[in-house]
Design a binder for this molecule. Sequence first.
Ligand code: CTP
Length: 431
Amino acid sequence: MKKVITYGTYDLFHQGHYNILKRAKEYGDYLIVGVTSESFDIERGKIGVRDSLATRIENVRKTGFADEIIIEEFQGQKIQDVQKYGIDALVIGSDWYGKFDYLKPYCEVVYLERTKDISSTQLRLKQQFLQFGIITDNLDDGGIVLETKFVSGIHLDRVYSSKKSVADAFCSKYELNMSYNNLENFMSDIDVVIINTDIIDRYKYVKESLLAGKHVICSCPITQDIEELKELIEIAKDKKVILLESLFLAYMQSFNQMMWMVESNCIGNCISVKYGISNSEIPHMPEELIEQYATYVVYRLCGNDPFNKMSINHKKEKDQFYYNIVLQYADMFIDIELGMSVNSGLTIRGEKGILHVPDDWWNTGYFEMNDIETGMKKRYCYNYEGNGMRYILRELLILLREKQNLPIRMSYDTCINLLKLHKQIFKGDNL
Ligand code: CTP
């Protein structure tokens, strides 16, 4: 019996998928189809996928060509599959020409001509196209323009700035189509406003955008005033639009997995957490954002639990600042250092294990787990993370597609609670 295997995402199942599956089946007697998992697609940079894994599997199953369906979950799995299932031939479309020749020592590798003029990418582009505009007050986009290119269905082509020269220069630097100095004109036919200004102006721009019925993605923190934040959230709800606070960290795959591992008790009860953020490596990261990142870790680990004691050591000279904060909770303590030249690692110590990122933990697709009981060290890596913006854009697209108005990762409760905690830690508020 000749066993054939083929792989794909099979998003928005189309004729090209049908044809290749048919021909792959005809190439042998038994066909195994590998469908990519969501995390594998994210890891290899394919993050605009619309259909869930279950839908994609179901669509492959319905063709009747697959004798067996498996899930492709990691780089390098194909070699394992070919050996495990005793495969005679890998059949794949010609867009992959040459890419799987490394399997030739294990099985025959056949590239079949791709069906012309159709692809999931094309279909995704046809389905939904959102018009984006960015409001800025400086020439640094913080990587936003590039990030929008990773998510299909988004078209960012205009910029507004209160300073005409900034709008014009930004427009030409990032090769956008139009620059505006008049807010009303800028907003006339866009769906989503990205607000990337100094914190002082954010509240005003968010409010105007929401009132104009636009969805908003705003730099973090949106405001440092809880009443203002609550007001903006109410306007968003009232206008049935989405307000997303772009705390990139909340969307970083590796950071989230680390937090979920703590929550699922992988390292046992937490004993201590130690981390730092050094602004000498990231001068563009404003102090309020550094504080928000620091607070978010506390929030993810302890939620709204009150801490018993806090000690804070703060120095500020010209543009430089330094914080050392120790928070004492019932069973653990959190030690945070922020500012010039501090160690930028993150270590979460539990009774059974340690999670650790050596440096730049807020911006790294990597962490390791040290199992104290067995002495085993395990590494977790994620590629193509960018700065996290692409996941915020993806969440927005999913919410819009499902006609949902409430953000998930940075839910409105999270935004409010985070700001409260921030004020407790950094402003000494006793809320
Ligand atoms: N395929 C094909 N003809 C097409 C599109 C896809 O033969 N017009 C084949 C691919 O070569 C691959 C399989 O279908 O063997 C699954 O491809 P997949 O990447 O899931 O589909 P695409 O439409 O290429 O998806 P995308 O646009 O997201 O890359």
